[in-house]
Design a protein around this ligand. Structure first.
Ligand SMILES: [Zn+2]
Length: 418
């Protein structure tokens, strides 16, 4: 669907006054919460090299926020466009369709649903029927640990930049370690909920295989890998992706471009205002550094999963190169089993493959790092959906996302070679 023409004399005049940095940083609203009123989310079909260059050349000056990062010809790229940049975007004459006409209306609906949910929360076990505050996630995790003595214990990978705990839970007693987390990217809220659903299943699910899993594996699970960024998405900027380290006037390092393996070798930005900013040096972010150290501290990590959203992908290394690693067939075989098990639950399709060829080149990512230190089956997962709601996946999809991801996770546990 093509957009109707967007007449914006006043906004065009305003955009002349705005520097690129001030567009990227977004205007500070009076109530301290960034408004996305009239921000559009569009999907661009990149037809040739010139169009790719036009996008790249204008991404900073027009304040594009990349929701997906596949920057190659033939790709579909989703971006958020501030209203003051829209006429200039139209002048680029790209082939695009509109996913969201006004992002703020989607966010208002999300907030409305969450507010409604809060009213019924106290009455029943409705944790997976809504999204939650950072404080509530902390208390939920503490409750799980307190309710399962001898089975679960508290872990922490360390402190975030703003000294929040990268808190988690350890479940099971097996010799083979499995580590996974959600919310490395702050705005990807479904990843927090799905990781917590997997915790819930390991602790009290009805799956008859669980007892075997807890003897074979020890699970180390951190629902919120990037707590500072998560708090930003709940207090000031729902679309924040990065951590909270200030870099030259723009907020945050993309921690998933900051890990210390093949850092700064493509698919990341040196511009502190870019949403895939790699940071000034490898492991400059405490969040990535801490998780890496935690992984290295374990004797035998047979799987690591970094849960993201959105795009419905179950991916394996590498992200930094299109050359497949030696054990690609083993890893992608597990990903294919996961995707098949996932699809069998609710009919949702996930694509598998290596990061570089399946989604986009990305260096300094968690999954590549995990593979580099000997984790035999590391995955980067992009959960629901494919762009209809994007990062604001309706709360009604939390449980179905949880049940299907549990099936995928179990398929991996059933088939992993230890
Ligand atoms: Zn992500």
């Amino acid at each position: 669907m093509k957009l109707s023409l967007f007449s914006l004399t006043a906004v065009v005049a305003l955009s002349v006054l705005l520097t690129p940095a001030s567009i990227s940083a977004l205007p500070a609203p009076s109530n301290g919460v960034v408004s996305f009123n009239n921000h559009r989310v569009v999907r661009i079909n990149v037809r040739n090299e010139a169009e790719l260059k036009a996008l790249t050349d204008n991404q900073d000056s027009l304040g594009f926020d990349y929701f997906t990062h596949e920057k190659v010809i033939g790709a579909h790229i989703d971006i958020r466009i501030p209203p003051q940049s829209f006429s200039k975007f139209q002048a680029l004459k790209l082939d695009y369709s509109t996913l969201v006409e006004n992002l703020q209306t989607v966010l208002d609906q999300e907030k409305h649903e969450n507010d409604q949910y809060q009213q019924v929360y106290a009455a029943a076990d409705t944790w997976f029927q809504g999204y939650h505050s950072y404080a509530d996630h902390q208390s939920w995790l503490s409750t799980q640990i307190a309710n399962n003595p001898g089975k679960a214990s508290k872990i922490s990978a360390g402190k975030s930049f703003q000294s929040r705990d990268q808190a988690g839970i350890k479940i099971g007693s097996g010799p083979n370690h499995v580590v996974f987390h959600g919310t490395q990217h702050a705005r990807e809220w479904i990843s927090t909920m799905v990781v917590e659903y997997l915790i819930d299943q390991l602790l009290k699910g009805t799956d008859s295989r669980v007892a075997g899993y807890l003897q074979k594996y020890t699970f180390h699970i951190i629902p919120i890998m990037n707590p500072d960024g998560f708090v930003i998405t709940q207090t000031s900027d729902r679309m924040h992706r990065k951590n909270a380290q200030s870099n030259g006037g723009c907020l945050g390092t993309d921690t998933n471009r900051n890990w210390g393996f093949k850092w700064n070798t493509g698919g990341s930005s040196s511009n502190p205002c870019a949403d895939d900013y790699m940071g000034p040096s490898a492991f400059s972010s405490p969040e990535a550094t801490n998780i890496a150290a935690y992984l290295r501290s374990l004797p035998k990590v047979v799987s690591y999963i970094d849960f993201h959203s959105y795009s419905q992908l179950w991916m394996v290394p590498y992200g930094y190169t299109g050359t497949r690693p030696g054990t690609y067939t083993y890893m992608n075989g597990l990903a294919q089993k996961a995707a098949a098990a996932l699809r069998a639950v609710n009919g949702v399709s996930f694509t598998t493959g290596d990061i570089y060829n399946t989604i986009y080149p990305a260096s300094g990512s968690s999954t590549d790092y995990a593979y580099s230190i000997g984790v035999t089956a590391p995955f980067a997962v992009e959960l629901r959906d494919t762009g209809r709601y994007g990062f604001s996946l309706p709360a009604a999809q939390i449980l179905p996302s949880g049940t299907e991801t549990w099936a995928a996770f179990a398929a991996i546990l059933d088939n992993i070679q230890v």
